[in-house]
Design a protein around this ligand. Sequence first.
Ligand code: G6P
Length: 493
Amino acid sequence: MSETSATNEQFDLVVVSNRLPVDRIVDADGSAAWTRSPGGLVTALEPVMHAHGGAWVGWPGMPDVEVEPFDEGGIRLVPVPLSADDIEQYYEGFSNDTLWPLYHDVIASPRYHREWWDAYKSVNQRFTDAVAEVASEGAVVWVHDYQLQLVPKLLREARPDLTIGFFNHIPFPPYGIFSQLPWRTRIVEGLLGADVIGFQRQADAVNFQQAVRRLKGYPTRRGHIEVPVVDETPGVRVYGPIKPTGPIRTVVAREFPISIDASIYDELARRPDIQERARQLRADLGDPRVIIFGVDRLDYTKGIGHRIKAFGELVADGEVTVGDVVLVQVASPSRERVVPYMELRDEVELMVGRLNGDYSTIGHSPIAYYHQSFPREEMTAFYLAADVMLVTALRDGMNLVAKEYVASRFDDDGVLILSEFAGASDELTRAILVNPHDIEELKRAILRAMELPKRERKSRMRQLRKRVFDNDVAKWSNEFLEELAKARAAAND
Ligand code: G6P
């Protein structure tokens, strides 16, 4: 990949996310190169950037990497360096040990530390400065996710000429949970700096509007929020509704469910070498009659323990036979220095080890477990080999794995079991929907999926595929950018 230095240029579309869509890797001989970094966000946005051209501002994924902006795959990448302290306090701390558990229904306990909040503020300011430098006069800036919620307001103050969008990839919690956050008012004010605030589900947008009413008293009506141009009470909670006296601007806050580039998975799955790989995987697993598949970042929101428990009980009760059925669980390493993630790894691996220890035969194990990441080609082969796909998230903004599985099944076969707590369940209603907390229901769903007649599998999968192909990532980004264009036109009126 080229590393041409390119400074001082400005762009009409700037995307900003915590992570750049690349990671820097250093070989044993000391030479450095860039590789794609994991995560749904990167997968989702890559085609948009290729189509529109533009700059992407973000962290290169390692401490203290100071590199000039460079071009990769037709996108200008603008690295924002983070020190080891920033990573500990802003990324691992406030983003992933405060906001992440809070926004996912406190499945784990959020930790509130004032030093982490200070780091979050100062890193958000640095991202803002980097954007302000590369955005051309009147540019559109699209800010992504919970790590950067203060950027919209900071950017509006620095560059009132910009049109600013924000998209929240994770859930936005009900006010009763959000209100725990000591800095809740600052976060809401930060987001309200945007012209358009996008959420995954309507329920998330409604939760946000409620937080706005409860904390700032601004009127909200059908996804439109009236915000005073000058906030007379910054940082202060306002009790009761207020009637803004000065000029107001309208902020749109509504759902834009994200998706994937479905054609990529469809095309990969149709490749003979990937199909051969799928056959090989099945053979390597000992040619079981049924492969059940789960793939997730190793995160406590994903309900990995719940699915292993349900499957383990089926094995223990003799309702599934080892060798006849196998659960393949890929758990890709994630946020490995954050305590609840370390604990989760121990829990999951203890469960896998116990189940396999108790029930493996010579040659067959109930679970094939991989604490690894795989390239997209290998994932697609797994999707093709998977008779049943298990998505049991306890809370998930969207869950793109569910959509990737559907997009890969060009043969209209395979059964998706999907948690109703994943945003994808709003659209993928022809999956077998489950409450993953209900272990009995989960067990019944697994048994039902394994025995579903071919006709019903096909009819369900056809309808699922229609949803995923009709609402792909291009449609998502176009709709968001169109809403932003409307906001810009209204502001210029
Ligand atoms: C989720 C978040 C993204 C994040 C990704 C990977 O999908 O919404 O913002 O990039 O997880 O997590 P990581 O902490 O490795 O960036």
